[in-house]
Design a protein around this ligand. Structure first.
Ligand SMILES: Nc1ncnc2c1ncn2[C@@H]1O[C@H](COP(=O)(O)OP(=O)(O)OP(=O)(O)O)[C@@H](O)[C@H]1O
Length: 563
């Protein structure tokens, strides 16, 4: 296949960002509460202060994030729950502000200055107030960056803000600071919020000579973001045999998040077990807050029952938007496109895709393919790197990759994300895309430090002349919030629980009322010769894709420029 289709004169159309619109609703929390946010709000809009956020933090927030002036309906409900100290299970669509709201609430929590001991309440030296567990290091840096912006805006211009390290710190493997140094720093000056990946945190707390285990019970809150990804659970719908097999594997190899929670919560568990009912449960225990867009019921059962981390009867459940956990299906300005690439390199829209309605496409700008390519000046890297990549296998369909390159060149105004299958070699794909003239970079906010701030704060406008394609795998894009992102490309059907995986990847666009496109590239169904010589259809990706889209409740839309 060649990129000859680019010689057509395409139109790059892009909608203007839509104003943020939200209806509000509140219901009061009681213990054992289960809250659904759907009722329209009557009366003045709630404020972050009325949700319990401390006034200086709320005003710094509004200064740092001018687009965030009022809590969303769900934030208005879960922020008080998080501040109440009760355990919270939070489920809402992707990009609805779950993580942002929780971080804000954690920032607003007071540092623990006393603990309950056998001798009653005793004063203690402050330790980490909140521990935030995230699936990958880019997300850790994103949360840290949110805190940094609020802290900077908390003092008048010209004044020095408090040291960020005393408020938020990141512990990830392969970071700038060795874990052993983090350990010592935490003992001398513990941050208010410690954010890390499960493996790094496990390693951090592993040496109890430096950080004694007893200190861990001083943590006030543990927040697990993307909990359905971080904590395994046995799916209800599988056969008894499969359930047994998964359970055995989980018992034998508990994931790092489970090990970490067991380590920190062991004392709380035994204190609970000593007491007959949760009525007497010590008030001064660690709080657990967990969130995800796809919080399956079997996971909830494991968290509350099997694992015993949470007591069902002292838990607040907050569910935004009723049963539809899909931020995707609820966002009318997100188009879902599927391009099918045939063996001979032809590209077409999937059958049944409808033309995109143009009423949401405003402020279009027109650019020709020639213009797009003439602005490219891609550095193919150093000689040894080229040699290295030329020899390594691409492991993905080259035609499919060229389809991404074509759609990217024709349709992306500034920043897009390509999500690869877990086993794909990211750097190799980046190199292949650069050979195709795409300004591709691996999405590693840690290594690509130069562009990190712009990407996270949505000020990467400089890329408009030379759009940027960030390349990553699903595992490292979960939860990421890149304000400039307009397109997500996926190569092939997502693996694992497809619908959930699709929702998580697709949820990187269409956040907070913005428009976006999700473009999946699949291969034409293949023919296979049976032993008797007859032909049969094997792997029918387009059909499976359509079934999956139906499951998540979206209809495919055509991507213009293609038949
Ligand atoms: N109340 C608000 N008003 C406007 N924008 C908001 C509000 N709260 C958060 N945001 C914006 O939403 C984005 C963050 O969303 P966040 O990552 O918290 O969503 P999420 O629900 O956790 O998504 P995911 O499920 O994908 O992890 C940020 O860009 C933030 O500026």
């Amino acid at each position: 296949m060649t990129l000859t289709l680019l010689s057509r004169t395409p139109r790059l159309l892009w909608p203007r960002r839509l104003p943020y619109q939200q209806s509000f609703g509140t219901r009061f929390l009681s213990s054992n509460a289960s809250i659904h946010s759907s009722a329209p709000y009557v009366g003045p809009k709630p404020t972050f202060e009325s949700a319990g956020i401390r006034a200086p933090i709320a005003s710094a927030l509004r200064a740092a994030f001018p687009n965030v002036q009022h809590p969303t309906q769900t934030q208005g409900q879960f922020i008080p729950a998080v501040l109440s100290g009760k355990d919270v299970l939070l489920k809402d669509g992707t990009g609805t502000g779950k993580s942002f709201g929780v971080i804000l609430a954690l920032l607003s929590k007071a540092r623990k200055a006393t603990i309950l001991t056998n001798k009653g309440i005793q004063p203690v030296k402050p330790f980490i107030t909140s521990l935030v567990i995230v699936p990958h290091r880019d997300l850790a840096y994103q949360f840290h960056h949110w805190v940094e912006r609020i802290v900077e805006a908390s003092v008048p211009k010209g004044e020095t803000p408090p040291p960020l390290a005393s408020i938020s710190s990141v512990v990830v493997r392969g970071g700038d600071t060795p874990i052993a140094k983090h350990r010592r720093d935490i003992m001398t000056s513990p941050p208010h919020i410690l954010i890390g990946t499960p493996q790094a945190l496990l390693e951090l707390f592993d040496d109890d000579e430096v950080i004694p285990r007893s200190k861990l019970s001083r943590i006030s809150t543990i927040y697990v973001d993307e909990v359905d990804y971080l904590v395994d659970a046995v799916p209800n719908h599988s056969t008894a045999r499969t359930q047994e097999r998964i359970k055995r594997r989980m018992d034998k190899h508990p994931g790092p998040t489970s090990q970490l929670l067991d380590l920190i919560l062991s004392e709380r568990k035994s204190r609970w077990n000593e007491r007959a009912s949760s009525e007497d449960a010590p008030a001064d225990t660690i709080q657990l807050v967990m969130s995800s867009a796809t919080l399956r019921s079997h996971l909830q059962s494991r968290l509350c029952g099997g694992q015993g981390w949470i007591k069902r009867d002292s838990l607040v459940r907050v569910t935004g938007d009723g049963q539809s956990s899909s931020g995707v299906s609820n966002t009318k300005d997100v188009f879902h496109c599927v391009l099918v690439v045939s063996k001979d390199g032809q590209i077409r829209n999937i059958e049944g895709a409808t033309a995109a309605t143009s009423n949401t496409i405003q402020d279009a700008r027109e650019v020709t393919a020639d213009e797009v390519f003439s602005s490219r000046d891609i550095d193919l890297g150093s000689e040894p790197l080229e040699e290295k990549y030329a020899k390594t296998e691409l492991k993905i369909n080259r035609d499919a990759l060229e389809t991404v390159a074509a759609a990217f060149a024709l349709d992306v105004p500034s920043v897009a994300l390509l999500s690869l299958p877990a086993s794909a070699p990211v750097q190799r794909v980046v190199h292949a895309l650069r050979e195709l003239g795409v300004n591709a970079h691996s999405l590693d906010l840690l290594v690509a430090d130069k562009g990190r701030t712009q990407l996270l704060s949505g000020t990467a406008a400089a890329t408009e002349d030379n759009p940027l394609l960030l390349v990553s795998t699903l595992a490292s894009t979960r939860g990421l919030d890149l304000p400039d992102l307009t397109h997500v490309f996926m190569l092939g059907l997502p693996q694992g629980r497809r619908a959930d995986a699709y929702l998580h990847v697709a949820g990187r666009v269409g956040r907070f009322g913005k428009a976006g496109k999700v473009v999946t590239v699949v291969e034409e169904r293949e023919e296979e010769r049976r032993a008797d010589g007859t032909l049969a259809w094997a792997r029918d990706e387009p059909k499976r894709m359509l079934m999956m889209l139906r499951e998540v409740g979206v209809a495919p839309t055509q991507l213009e420029h293609f038949d």
